[in-house]
Design a protein around this ligand. Structure first.
Ligand SMILES: Nc1ncnc2c1ncn2[C@@H]1O[C@H](COP(=O)(O)OP(=O)(O)O)[C@@H](O)[C@H]1O
Ligand SMILES: [Mg+2]
Length: 258
């Protein structure tokens, strides 16, 4: 149960969000703001304001299938990224196969609402495991229900670009770093990302940062090995455009070696 905020505070918060929506009402993204800022999510974001995690939501960075990512600022003036999962999503079926089969979720079958909470929980948990293992991911800051707060990857001017939008100075070095992170995730965090692609690697300058870890699974997951191979193949496929030849079998052997 959410505890109810004081009515005055809550109404002024709602007015802030409304002003912000109106400012952006011409944009095609308006519909998804309305979806993501349903009453329940407003309450949950409000909790993050009142507990001091964030001081303001600045602007949306991305509107995805399952949720939106916003830049936020805390009271110290530091930037944060806030990922809010929509409480209703059309990709529910795809999500299920990454949660079922993960021993952390005890093989339980979830209804849609619970699955989305489990998903956000899993993403935050994965972020913590990967961060502790030394994989370059956004540092986890907080999670409240379906909302994840993490380190903002970007600079004063703009969020970091996805790998696909950046022309690399030294593509070989970047490909090696990504493969090293896959290996570290596998060997130290015991996780397979399962969706490594040029969309889920951000470039902070020339440094790759791995994001979108909700679907990462533990090695005990029945598809973990298959998805590891898919991740390595994806890296090899992408770097072919830079004429870099990655030996997938060799890399896999290296990652898995005892
Ligand atoms: N921590 C972050 N800092 C800056 N931008 C981010 C951060 N996390 C996500 N983004 C931006 O939001 C986009 C979508 O985030 P992602 O986690 O990949 O969600 P999804 O692909 O499920 O919508 C990313 O491609 C990136 O541009
Ligand atoms: Mg993504």
């Amino acid at each position: 149960m959410c505890s109810l905020p004081r009515a005055d505070d809550y109404h002024s918060f709602e007015r802030e969000i409304d002003k912000w929506r109106v400012r952006r009402k011409d944009s095609k993204e308006r519909k998804s703001y309305d979806e993501v800022f349903d009453q329940q999510n407003l309450m949950r974001v409000y909790k993050l304001f009142t507990d001091g995690t964030i001081d303001r939501l600045d602007f949306p960075i991305s509107t995805g299938k399952e949720g939106n990512v916003f830049r936020a600022t805390n009271t110290k003036g530091e930037f944060l990224a806030v990922k809010i999962y929509r409480t209703s999503t059309s990709t529910f079926r795809d999500m299920a196969k990454y949660v079922h089969g993960d021993p952390r979720f005890g093989g339980a079958q979830y209804n849609k609402r619970k699955l989305i909470l489990a998903w956000a929980h899993k993403e935050y948990w994965n972020l913590q495991l990967l961060y502790q293992a030394g994989v370059r991911v956004p540092k986890p800051v907080a999670r409240h229900q379906n909302i994840i707060v993490m380190e903002y990857i970007g600079d004063e001017v703009e969020p970091a670009r996805e790998l696909r939008d950046v022309l690399l100075d030294d593509p070989e070095a970047v490909s090696k770093k990504i493969l090293a992170y896959i290996k570290l995730a596998y060997r130290k965090a015991k996780l397979v990302h399962s969706d490594i692609s040029e969309f889920n690697v951000l470039m902070l300058g020339q440094e790759p940062v791995i994001i979108d870890v909700g679907q990462a699974v533990m090695l005990a997951h029945p598809y973990a090995e298959e998805w590891l191979e898919r991740d390595v193949r994806n890296v090899a496929r992408y770097f072919r455009k830079y004429k870099i030849d990655i030996d997938v079998a060799k890399e896999l052997k290296e990652i898995r070696k005892a």
